[in-house]
Design a protein. Structure first.
Length: 125
């Protein structure tokens, strides 16, 4: 009889802990879900991807890594200009608050084809 009581108490305690943990994770803020994260690379005269598409109103996180040497990324219309040190991811966050196509370019002279290292952020309605 004593063993059954102990077993029942452990079962009930375990069930309470499980439901409490499950309920608290359901109520947790989901900020990570509200961010559109895009991983990009910069290397010898190209950004990959070269076109980034997001929705108007989204919070955007670009994680850009230069894989060969120092580069930069400038999105003039969004007031962004960051140096990309080789091998070190750079995180750039912004809210896409207006629709349109916003060109970006490498902002650190990186060699002979530097002027062609371009891309665009497309913010769709």
């Amino acid at each position: 009889m004593k063993q059954k009581t102990i077993f029942a108490a452990i079962f009930v305690f375990g069930a309470l802990v499980f439901f409490h943990l499950h309920a608290s994770t359901q109520d947790a803020p989901k900020s990570a879900d509200n961010v559109h994260e895009i991983k990009m690379t910069a290397k010898k005269f190209v950004f990959e991807p070269s076109t980034v598409r997001v929705k108007k109103g989204e919070h955007v996180r670009l994680v850009v890594t230069s894989t060969d040497r120092d580069h930069g990324i400038a999105i003039d219309d969004l007031h962004i200009n960051r140096r990309l040190s080789a091998g070190k991811p750079e995180t750039i966050e912004f809210t896409a608050d207006k629709a349109g196509t916003f060109p970006f370019r490498c902002s650190v002279v990186c060699g002979g084809d530097h002027g062609n290292m371009v891309g665009s952020v497309v913010v769709e309605e």
